[in-house]
Design a protein around this ligand. Structure first.
Ligand code: SF4
Length: 171
C-alpha cells in the first residue's frame, strides 16, 4: 500500500505506541474502498469512522475514554489479562475503537450488589470525562462462577450517570 507524504505526516501525529495499529486501520479502510494510495483524507476518514461510532466530538480533540468493571468475586482468581489484552489489541468488544481510545479505569464492582460501581463511575465521569463502561465478560457468562445476578442493576447505575454501557470484553 502506498502512502502520500502528507498521509505519512498525518500518521506521524499518532502516538508511537499505537501508530502501527492506526496504520493497519487506515489500510484496512483503503482496501474496503478499493484504493491503493493512502491520502490524508483517508487518514481523517478512518479517524472519523472510529470516533463517530463512539460519539467522539467532531473536532477530533477528545479521545474516547473507556473503563472496565469486573466481578469482585472473580477478581480473586483472575488478574484481568483477557480484558486488558482484548482492549490493547482492539479485539472482540473493543473492535470499534480507534487507536487513540484510552482505558482510564479497570475496577471491580466492590461485591454484590455492585456497591462500588456508581461512585467510581461518577468519579471517572466528573474528573476524567469517561465515555463508556464495559461490563467484563466474567459478569455475563456462566462458567466457574455464575453470571452476575445484578447485571441490570449495575448497568442502570452506570447509565444514570450518562455513560454508555457495553456488555462484554473478551468473550
Ligand atoms: S455484583 Fe455481580 S459482578 Fe459484582 S461480585 Fe456480585 S456477582 Fe460479581
Amino acid at each position: 500500500m502506498e502512502w502520500t507524504q502528507e498521509a505519512q505526516a498525518e500518521l506521524e501525529k499518532v502516538p508511537k505506541f499505537v501508530r502501527n495499529m492506526a496504520k493497519s486501520a487506515v489500510e484496512k479502510l483503503a482496501k474496503e474502498k478499493g484504493v491503493s494510495t493512502v491520502t490524508p483524507e483517508l487518514v481523517g476518514e478512518t479517524r472519523d469512522k472510529y470516533f463517530n461510532l463512539l460519539n467522539k466530538d467532531k473536532e477530533g480533540k477528545k479521545t474516547t475514554k473507556v473503563a472496565i468493571v469486573r466481578c469482585n468475586t472473580v477478581s480473586e482468581v483472575c488478574p484481568g489479562v483477557g480484558c486488558l489484552r482484548a482492549f490493547n489489541n482492539r479485539k472482540l468488544h473493543f473492535e470499534e475503537y480507534g487507536p487513540d481510545a484510552e482505558l482510564i479505569g479497570f475496577f471491580t464492582c466492590g461485591g454484590c450488589s455492585g456497591r462500588r460501581v456508581s461512585r467510581l463511575v461518577e468519579k471517572l465521569k466528573e474528573n476524567y470525562d469517561l465515555d463508556v463502561v464495559h461490563l467484563s465478560s466474567c459478569m455475563l457468562m456462566d462458567g466457574d462462577y455464575p453470571k452476575c445476578p445484578f447485571k441490570n442493576h449495575i448497568k442502570q447505575a452506570i447509565e444514570m450517570k450518562n455513560v454508555k454501557v457495553v456488555e462484554g470484553t473478551h468473550h
